[in-house]
Design a protein. Sequence first.
Lengths: 112, 494
Amino acid sequence: MESLMVVLVGVLVSVGTYLILSRNIIRIILGTAVLSHAVHLLILTVGGLKSGDVPILAHSDGPFTDALPQALILTAIVISFATTALLLVLAYRMYKTNGTDDVSELRGMPDE
Amino acid sequence: MNNVLVLPLIIPIITAVILVFLRDNIILQRIISLVTMVFVTSISVILLFAVQNEGIIKVDFGGWLPPFGILFVADSFSILLVIIASIVTIICLIYAFSTIGSRHERMFFYPFVLLLVAGVNGSFLTGDIFNLFVCFEVMLLASYVLIALGGEKVQLRESFKYVLINVVTSWIFLVSLAYLYGTLKTLNMAHIAQRVAEVGQDPLITTVAILFLVVFSIKAGLLLFFWLPGSYIVPPTAVQALFAALLTKVGVYALIRTFMLMFPLNQEVTHTLIGIMAGLTIIAGCMGALSGKDVYTIATYNVVIGVGFILIGLTIGTETAISGSIYYLIHDMLAKGLLFLLIGTMVYLTGETVVKRMSGLIQHYPLFGWIYFIVLLTLTGIPPFSGFVGKILIGQGAIESGSFILLAIGFASSVIVLYSLLRIFLASFFGETTVSEEDKRPIPKGVMVSFIFMTLLIIYVGVGAETLSIYVQDAARTLINPSIYIDAILEEGM
């Protein structure tokens, strides 16, 4: 199961990298979103993928599920949500100001 | 008493939220933000004295004892940086009052400055590496907004690049956190240090350490500073000064903390790598500063040189060199902030950014000219100003440990810094003035107040280095002996 997850993370990272390297602003932003999903899955995998155990010590004697990765992922999701929202607003303003969503057309200083 | 430790983080956040509701009342916004920062500064000073008397202070949130909960830790190193960061913010706020313009002020400029400070202070104070990530993000989100505020074409393009680079960097940060958690199963900095010390730093942990090195190098502008010159030029002057003084320094702090506390064992690999990167950073920064034709380029590359120089101290890693690094870090925050304020004012006064097109500023603004001259001397490291103590201690450490190449690069860079800044001084301040007596723009009073305040601080750090030395030495001692830090955090929990 862990190996499968790691392969999935790898696929997501390559998809994200491909999207970030493209010229279209929306694709770049989607790329950052895919990358953040990849790292969330990585944290989950690293924490161990046991199922059926409880994370609370008092409720069982057996092996415990590590609850920390979920907490970390939750925080990271909130942060990546905020960043993506900001990036989208920024992209919209760039589109309104420049009339293009192609980053390669933004080169050069205004006085050149 | 311990709970006071969260105030440098929580007070700016609460005030920022309140200020959002006072959008139209600009005067009230100014007063509240200034009072908040003065309050944060005084609390930090009280905390510094408390750390001297009682040793390292910590507060465990929600009563969860380490290593299970998140905690804030104040040792001399972090609290010194909190103080300097808050003071620099006060000065940048005073500068902003008379220059930033009501358009920015109405678009929540002050709340975002306060959120930035909250993130910076949180990064300095936290004792949990995931919390460090969160505080970094708080700081970065505020900086994204501050850099884009204004919405000019160049600003939008540069801020998009800046945001994208930082998103990718934060992503690498998360990846390295995942690997760290996978190998050591803990995120508390002191606990990480303890576990690394117990099991030894095997190649896997060193790899994780190098991932962290990459992350913090991008944030600090160590070698991977390709994003820095473009993005530091576009925002208004007060924001530039804040960024130059605070953002890269948080990265430097994280590097020092990571490699002195958590991963100190495999120095042949990690510290050699940092040394090579610091040397190359200085060389590249010098080339940039020499080739720059406009004042902004020269100033931004000077930031890069400063980062390289501080990290020479980390590479050498003796107590002398580390205290040199701390002195230099304090000096760099003050002097780079002032440099950017001065450069921005020069551009405001002349309407030009190219060095050659300005001339004769000192005839109309003598005090302004001499303050620039003092900053020039400070950044070069000439006594009695603040850069001298740091440079001499790092140099002494380098000689003691025989790192002569880094020593040569570091001190040669001083000459380049002198040349690049002196070129501005000679070309722009001396010579025939291009503006007639009637046409000259007056410098606003608030701007002069902020300059004089900052200059006095620089002179104080230089002349009064002796009064600071007990704190700096304590900070260096704690960094050199990680066991002091580890024991202070973990003694109750274990």
